[in-house]
Design a protein around this ligand. Structure first.
Ligand code: NAD
Ligand code: DAU
Length: 342
């Protein structure tokens, strides 16, 4: 197969590429990534010199660059590229609308002109909005995004479905819950908490810390993405979940326990605006149709992830940038900025 992957230098995209190259070494993968603060080619060091892999730096909003880069008749576009951090979308929504919504449309158009066989769109459980304690998001549930990030991802999904209806584009959409694992940028809760705890720095807990997220190891997610790309039915949406919805405090206390650090490192702070209380995806459909289920338990995955951050301090130091620090200084002031930026 010939795959054109967008956003492959990010957390999930790089795992997908590493896994694909390992499983299907005869296939060709082009990674097209703008290398924003979240893109890091060090994540792909293990495949960098592989003949089946190549990298092109570019922006998914640049139609000419895409038309040049996408091979005619490629088997699939796998679309990860996005602005992905909810806090940043609250601070500045325009870049999210531009990248996530407009960028997806430009990519859809270019894929159609280059006669790509399948478009796989990577979406999120956040499009369903906040669930009450009884609710589970199903593939046909109404979409009720509540943050600028989630709204921009919802717009992107609608544009993908519109291309299917209007032009007959063969597509699949996946919606995954909260991923964790190696190479995740330390602005997201898990890597931020691990890095701070290792250095005995405070961990910001938004509001009461009882918001629920369904944690899935990134390797389990990528196994589901590979199965969906190869065998998912055209025009369908598939949910991918960890089957492990837990409050943030539970997750943070687990990290502190594994690292032998005190709970006093948990630092309650002002809540995220419009903070979604609970996400929970029902993933019966992918289990039934593609025989997929998560295999990595949260405790095992967390242990492995903590070990990775302990052993890869150079990677952590390298991804910190001035832009990143300045963003948090504006948001939270000097003292919490250094805690969050760790
Ligand atoms: P990430 O922020 O780690 O990586 C995003 C990548 O996209 C980066 O490499 C960045 O350089 C690239 N990018 C951004 N704007 C671009 C542009 N205009 N043109 C080309 N490349 C651009 O994100 P992630 O956590 O790996 O998430 C990947 C995808 O999965 C996103 O679409 C996200 O919405 C979705 N998702 C993430 C999670 C999660 O828990 N992280 C869960 C569900 C869905
Ligand atoms: O559900 C899938 C989504 O998961 C993806 O679509 C997003 O791209 C990804 O960023 C993630 O969004 P969340 O907002 O759920 O993840 P985040 O790591 O930012 O926050 C997880 C929870 O932890 C959330 O309830 C907010 C809280 N939090 C977060 C940070 C960064 C804190 O309490 N303190 C923090 O410092």
């Amino acid at each position: 197969m010939k795959l054109f992957v967008t956003g492959g230098a990010g957390f999930i995209g790089s795992q997908f590429i590493r896994d694909w190259v390992k499983r299907f070494p005869q296939d060709q993968i082009i990674n097209f990534d703008k290398l924003t603060y979240a893109g890091n080619l060090a994540n792909l060091a293990s495949v960098e010199f592989n003949n089946s892999y190549s990298f092109i730096r570019g922006d998914i909003r640049d139609s000419d660059a895409l038309l040049e880069a996408i091979p005619h008749g490629a088997d699939a576009v796998v679309h990860f590229a996005a602005e992905s951090h909810v806090d940043r979308s609250i601070h500045g929504a325009a870049e999210f609308v531009s990248t996530n919504a407009l960028g997806t449309q430009v990519l859809l158009d270019a894929s159609r002109h280059r006669k790509v066989a399948r478009f796989m769109h990577i979406s999120t459980d956040e499009v369903g909005g906040s669930m009450n304690s009884e609710e589970w998001l199903k593939e046909d549930s109404p979409l009720k995004p509540r943050s600028p990030y989630a709204a921009s991802k919802t717009a992107a999904e609608h544009l993908v479905r519109a291309a299917g209806e209007t032009f007959g584009t063969d597509f699949v959409v996946t919606r995954t819950s909260n991923n964790y694992g190696p190479f995740q940028f330390p602005e997201k809760l898990l890597p931020l908490a691990i890095c701070n705890a290792m250095e005995n720095k405070p961990i910001p807990v938004y509001g009461d810390g009882m918001q629920v997220r369904d944690w899935i190891h990134v390797e389990d997610n990528c196994r589901a993405l590979i199965a969906t790309l190869r065998d998912g039915r055209a025009g369908q949406t598939y949910h991918i979940g960890g089957g492990f919805p837990r409050p943030n405090r539970y997750v943070l206390e687990s990290i502190l326990a594994l690292l032998g650090r005190p709970k006093s490192l948990l630092a309650p702070t002002k809540d995220r605006l419009g903070h979604d209380r609970r996400y929970a995806v029902n993933f019966d459909k992918i289990a039934r149709e593609l025989n997929w289920r998560p295999l990595i338990s949260f405790q095992d995955g967390l242990r492995q992830t903590i070990r990775w951050y302990q052993e890869n301090q150079d990677w952590v130091k390298a991804v910190r940038s001035c832009q990143y620090l300045n963003y948090y200084k504006e948001q939270y002031g000097e003292s919490l900025a250094s805690a969050k930026a760790a």
